[in-house]
Design a protein around this ligand. Structure first.
Ligand code: PNS
Length: 162
């Protein structure tokens, strides 16, 4: 069975992530969306909130082979625990490349059995990032064309909470 892991902060999940997710789901028998618990970045949404948002957004795509799990510690360790052969990362632009290349090589050094596969979203989604979406939402802009509808609603609720 071909098992893949699509890891990230997903704070929050965007339409760009969902595009990569759909592509990855077609490549594997089973795909785990792995939400990183111990990220150095300060997050807007908690882990349970992010898991819920990703689950709801992924369910709307009706992909039967996708599972959402939080993880902490090393990604290669999680991949080993889950018996996954590959990690999927989205590559939007050249600016992503340096960090992604470094991470892929480091993960290979840590565990040579885990391959990294890069997938690119549709070109009209390549400018979307969670960071920019959060900034636009904070400043009162409309994010409905960048994120799934449950995330747009959650962003509005979260930002009026503060
Ligand atoms: O969405 P992001 O923030 O770009 O995702 C980065 C993520 C979570 C995939 C990366 O930080 C990660 O793998 N963290 C787990 C800890 C780890 O294994 N670090 C070593 C990576 S070389």
């Amino acid at each position: 069975m071909r098992k893949g892991i699509y890891p990230g902060s997903f704070d929050p999940i965007t339409n760009g992530h969902l595009d990569v997710l759909q592509r990855a789901a077609h490549l594997f028998d089973h795909l785990i969306i792995a939400i990183a618990r111990d990220n150095a970045k300060a997050s807007l949404f908690s882990i349970p909130e992010r898991v819920h948002l990703v689950e709801k957004a992924a369910a709307a795509l009706k992909l039967s082979n996708v599972q959402v799990l939080p993880f902490e510690g090393l990604l290669v360790e999680f991949a080993r625990q889950q018996s996954a052969q590959a990690v999927v990362r989205g590559l939007r632009a050249i600016s992503d490349f340096e960090f992604e290349f470094q991470m892929a090589l480091m993960n290979r050094k840590l565990d040579p059995r885990v391959e990294t596969i890069f997938l690119t979203p549709r070109e009209e989604l390549t400018y979307i990032s969670s960071r920019i979406v959060k900034e636009i939402a904070r400043l009162g802009g409309d994010v409905t064309s960048f994120v799934p509808s449950n995330v747009a609603t959650a962003l509005k609720a979260k930002l009026t909470e503060h």
